[in-house]
Design a protein around this ligand. Structure first.
Ligand SMILES: Cc1cc2nc3c(=O)[nH]c(=O)nc-3n(C[C@H](O)[C@H](O)[C@H](O)COP(=O)(O)O)c2cc1C
Length: 329
């Protein structure tokens, strides 16, 4: 997905999924296994830089892991203080650190001093554990520890992913601290983007789910920021999905068999949070061939404006007749 999104030219960089640091430091080979870009100058095939994210509560092991990431080729380390998953938080990782501002400073400082100065060290935070006010002290501590910039998700841990998002405190942090701040959370469309921009005053933004739900949005935002190519209002889903399969083949070899699951996850998200209409048509498909057959057929019907054919007469209320293998199961 990073390779695919990177090719749009709409993103300045991406951050890997977190690697959790538990009993022992994460070894170099694990970084290389999980973040394939590390073996390619830490960039996607189109040249978008990828940063390495680690998560954990022990400063020494976090620092040793960061050193290993650098040995594996990392050029930037991001520290996750935002993950709200209960299992992660129970094991002293992610957002649970937001309850201990001094530990945030300690972890950032340990990683900062263990890595060469040309490696950026950044932190991803939520607004707080329970209170959105926590962000001020936590952000200050991360800055004191030596963070190069902060990404702030506009919710507390307690909120999980529930509304509302609070963009304004991100702007307050930006006013108070002199390091760059990246605003994140619920930028689902251009109007959200403009409101977030207005409320935070930020020049840097991170988008996650909406880039999947609405693949045109990154172009639109980049165009607003004057950094990207031009936005095309039509999404060519077949081309996007086939490109993702090609990238999966390139990076993961055998795992391509599982990519139909990932393709369906993507389209499910696009149907819940975006305008994608044909998730039902591919929901039960099992192979890539079946998946693309069903999707192409559904899109062809959409193009002609025809309805998918149905039984008539006695069977008028039964399941639709479908032009490919059981997409409505
Ligand atoms: C399934 C899932 C996995 C995520 N994994 C990470 C992660 O590994 N590291 C991280 O910093 N954020 C992670 N996040 C949080 C996102 O980076 C982002 O902060 C969140 O989705 C809100 O932004 P959005 O509204 O633009 O999606 C994850 C979110 C989701 C939904």
């Amino acid at each position: 997905m990073r390779a695919l999104q990177g090719a749009t030219g709409a993103f300045t960089f991406a951050v890997s999924e977190f690697l959790r640091v538990s009993g022992t430091p994460v070894p170099k080979k694990v970084f290389l296994r999980d973040i394939p870009e590390l073996a390619h100058g830490c960039r996607t095939p189109s040249g978008m830089p990828v940063q390495v994210q680690i998560l954990g509560g022990n400063p020494e092991r976090m620092a040793a892991s960061a050193e290993n990431a650098v040995k594996a080729g990392a050029r930037a380390i991001d520290i996750n203080f935002g993950c709200p998953a209960p299992t992660v938080n129970r094991h002293d990782g992610g957002a649970s650190l937001l309850q201990h501002p001094c530990r945030i400073r300690e972890i950032v400082a340990a990683i900062r001093s263990a890595t060469p100065s040309e490696i950026s060290v950044s932190a991803k935070l939520r607004l707080g554990w329970e209170s959105i006010e926590d962000i001020h002290e936590n952000a200050e501590m991360a800055a004191e520890g030596g963070a190069s910039w902060l990404t702030i998700h506009a919710r507390t841990r307690k909120q999980g992913y529930l509304p509302p998002v609070y963009w304004k405190p991100i702007g307050q942090v930006r006013d108070r601290l002199s390091l760059p701040i990246i605003a994140n959370g619920d930028i689902w469309g251009l109007d959200d983007f403009k409101l977030c921009q207005e409320q935070t005053g930020c020049r840097h933004f991170m988008i996650g789910r909406s880039a999947l739900a609405n693949p045109v949005l990154p172009y639109e935002i980049a165009a607003e920021l004057g950094i990207g190519g031009k936005a095309d209002s039509l999404v060519d889903w077949i081309q996007l999905l086939r490109s993702l399969v090609a990238h999966t083949e390139h990076y993961k070899g055998q795992a391509v068999a599982k990519s139909v699951v990932k393709l369906k996850q993507w389209l499910k998200l696009a149907s819940i949070f975006g305008d994608f209409k044909h998730f039902e048509a591919v929901k039960q498909t099992r192979s890539l061939e079946e998946f693309f057959d069903c999707l192409e057929t559904a899109l062809a019907f959409e193009k002609t404006g025809d309805k998918l054919p149905r039984y008539s007469g006695d069977c008028a209320d039964s399941e639709p007749v479908v032009p490919c293998a059981s997409p409505w199961r």
